[in-house]
Design a protein around this ligand. Structure first.
Ligand code: FPP
Length: 248
C-alpha cells in the first residue's frame, strides 16, 4: 500500500535537498561498472522530481556533482557530464509537461562548454514554469559558495557600498549562488553515509536530516514519501523549548 495518502499536505517541506549517493556501489553489487549506476540513478531523479511536483513541494535541490567529484577518474567525469547533457536534453519536454523550472547552483564555468550551453537553453525554456523548481548543484561546494559570498561582500565594503557594521546573516544570504531559493527544511542522503559532504553548509543550519540505507538508484517515490513522513513526525524547535512551541 502506498504511503502517499498518509502525508499531511498542509505540513509539506517547501524545499527538499538530496545527496544522491551509492550509484557506484549499487552497480558493483550487480557486477556492472560505475557509469551504469549513474545512468540508473537518472530514473530516481525522474521519480523524485515527479513525486515532488505531484505533492506540491516547491523546491528540490539535487547534489549532482560536487567540486570534489572533479578528482574522480577522467572517464567517469566525462561520462557524468555526457549523461547530464543528454538527460537534460531528453527530459526537457517532461519538465515542460510537469511545469518544472530548472535552476543550477555551483561553479558552472568549470563545466564543459556543451553542458553550460545545454543548461542555459533549458533554464531559459523552463523559466516561467511554476509548479516545482528543480535545482541541480553542479560543480558545487558549500565552502566555495560561502567564500564567494564573502568576496562579493568584501568588494562592496571596499567600494564603500556597505558598512561592515551593516553585514548580517541576510547579507550573506543575498550573496549565495541563488538567493531566491529558501533554506531546505529536509535533507535526504542515501546509501547509509552520515555526512553533509560540503552540501549547502550555510543553508542547512536548521535543516532536518534524513538518512536511508537505500542506494540512490533504488530510491523511488515511496522512499520519498517515507522521508517526508519522518520529517512530519519531528518537532522543529529552532532553539525554543517544546512548551514554548505548544503555547504558540
Ligand atoms: C554519487 O554516487 C552520485 C553522483 C556523484 C552523481 C549523481 C548523478 C546522477 C544520479 C545522474 C545524473 C544526474 C542528473 C541530474 C541528470 P557515487 O558514485 O558516489 O556512489 P558510491 O558512493 O557508491 O561510489
Amino acid at each position: 500500500m502506498s504511503l502517499k495518502p498518509s502525508i499531511n499536505l498542509e505540513k509539506l517541506p517547501k524545499h527538499i535537498a538530496v545527496i544522491m549517493d551509492g550509484n557506484g556501489r549499487w552497480a558493483k553489487e550487480k557486477g556492472k561498472n560505475r557509469v551504469f549506476g549513474h545512468k540508473s540513478g537518472v530514473g530516481s531523479v525522474r521519480d523524485v522530481s515527479e513525486a515532488c511536483a505531484e505533492l506540491g513541494v516547491e523546491y528540490l535541490t539535487l547534489y549532482a556533482f560536487s567540486v570534489e567529484n572533479w578528482n574522480r577518474p577522467k572517464l567517469e567525469v566525462s561520462a557524468l557530464m555526457e549523461l547530464l547533457v543528454r538527460t537534460i536534453g531528453s527530459e526537457t519536454e517532461t519538465l515542460m509537461k510537469n511545469q518544472i523550472r530548472l535552476k543550477t547552483i555551483g561553479s558552472l564555468s568549470s563545466l564543459p562548454k556543451r553542458a553550460q550551453e545545454q543548461l542555459a537553453k533549458v533554464i531559459e525554456k523552463t523559466k516561467d514554469n511554476k509548479r516545482l523548481t528543480l535545482c541541480l548543484a553542479l560543480s558545487y561546494g558549500g565552502r566555495n559558495e560561502i567564500v564567494e559570498a564573502c568576496k562579493s561582500i568584501a568588494s562592496l565594503v571596499k567600494n564603500s557600498e556597505i558598512n561592515i557594521e551593516d553585514i548580517t546573516e541576510s547579507t550573506l544570504n543575498q550573496h549565495l549562488y541563488d538567493p531566491s531559493i529558501p533554506d531546505p527544511e529536509l535533507m535526504i542522503r542515501t546509501s547509509g553515509e552520515y555526512r553533509l559532504s560540503n552540501f549547502l553548509l550555510w543553508q542547512a543550519a536548521y535543516t532536518e536530516l534524513y538518512f536511508t540505507e537505500e542506494y540512490w538508484p533504488d530510491f523511488n517515490k515511496e522512499s520519498l514519501y517515507k522521508a517526508i513522513l519522518s520529517f512530519q513526525q519531528r518537532e522543529r524547535r529552532f532553539g525554543k523549548t517544546s512548551e514554548q512551541l505548544k503555547a504558540l
